[in-house]
Design a binder for this molecule. Structure first.
Ligand SMILES: *[C@@H]1O[C@H](CO)[C@@H](O)[C@H](O)[C@H]1NC(C)=O
Ligand SMILES: *[C@@H]1O[C@H](CO)[C@@H](O)[C@H](O)[C@H]1NC(C)=O
Length: 255
């Protein structure tokens, strides 16, 4: 115990290695491959999260932190999945600081996200922020709010589909943080899901405030400001195919 305590006292929170920038934080860069493997890094956790892997004929996913500097984290994930129609995994960075506040008490949620994903063959996936709200702090999910920065042959949960089988938005061409979005709504069997999808293209460098997406739902879709924001995650949601996902810089703060 003596030596362990001494060791902990002596480990600097900030690297003192001369060639490194002084604000780089020492992080656990071990690869995670287990279904619910996770690692905590500062205010974040990296969650490997293969929640739907049992729906796959075969596959795997490995995630690891690559760096942390101030509140900006970098990570990478690779995955390969065959079989099944549902989502297999959502490797993500979860914010652990500032959550479980009521929406009425949140002013803004600034975020930066620079990412890339190289897909091999036929891929079904998305890259998204995934937020949840509840009636109580830490309670069961009432609303899920997804903000898709990429849609790779996938589609949102929707209560309505057209004759061609495409999800029908409840609201179109919404301007938020410099981009245009269509909003979809439906139930996943457990909670209401609101999904903001870009009207076209992909955003690989997001710089802006996430809170206006919640404001839009408060102002237009009757979401209550007394809801608690219980979860704030961002990552690569995989249904099938093979991909390498890299985030060079991600940050999210709740103010
Ligand atoms: C992901 O990368 C790790 C380490 O390089 C490798 O062992 C693993 O096979 C890769 N997995 C996939 C699904 O590409
Ligand atoms: C959405 O905006 C674009 C360009 O601003 C416009 O061309 C298009 O007609 C709009 N669509 C709808 C459904 O309003």
């Amino acid at each position: 115990m003596f030596s362990l305590s001494l060791l902990l006292l002596c480990v600097p929170l900030v690297s003192s290695t001369p060639h490194m920038h002084k604000h780089y934080v020492r992080v656990d860069t071990a690869p995670l491959s287990g279904q619910y493997d996770s690692v905590n890094v500062g205010q974040y956790s990296l969650l490997n999260n293969l929640w739907g892997e049992n729906g796959a004929a075969s596959g795997s996913q490995t995630s690891q932190i690559t760096s942390m500097k101030g509140s900006t984290i970098a990570w990478k994930t690779n995955w390969t999945w065959t079989g099944g129609n549902g989502v297999k995994s959502f490797a993500n960075i979860q914010l652990n600081t500032g959550i479980n506040q009521q929406l009425s008490t949140i002013s803004n949620m600034p975020s930066t996200w620079h990412w890339s994903q190289s897909n091999t063959g036929a891929v079904v996936a998305d890259v998204a922020y995934d937020l949840f709200t509840s009636d109580t702090p830490g309670g069961s999910n009432t609303n899920e709010i997804m903000i898709w920065l990429a849609n790779v042959n996938s589609g949102p949960i929707s209560a309505q589909y057209n004759a061609a089988g495409h999800a029908v938005p409840i609201s179109k061409n919404i301007s938020i943080e410099g981009h245009k979005w269509n909003l979809y709504s439906g139930s996943n069997g457990y909670n209401q899901v609101y999904s903001f999808l870009l009207t076209s293209g992909t955003v690989k460098s997001f710089q802006g405030d996430i809170y206006p997406f919640l404001s839009h739902l408060i102002d237009n879709e009757g979401m209550s400001t007394s809801q608690y924001l219980t979860t704030a995650q961002a990552g690569t949601e995989a249904t099938s195919g093979k991909a390498k996902f890299t985030t060079s810089a991600y940050s999210l703060t709740i103010n």
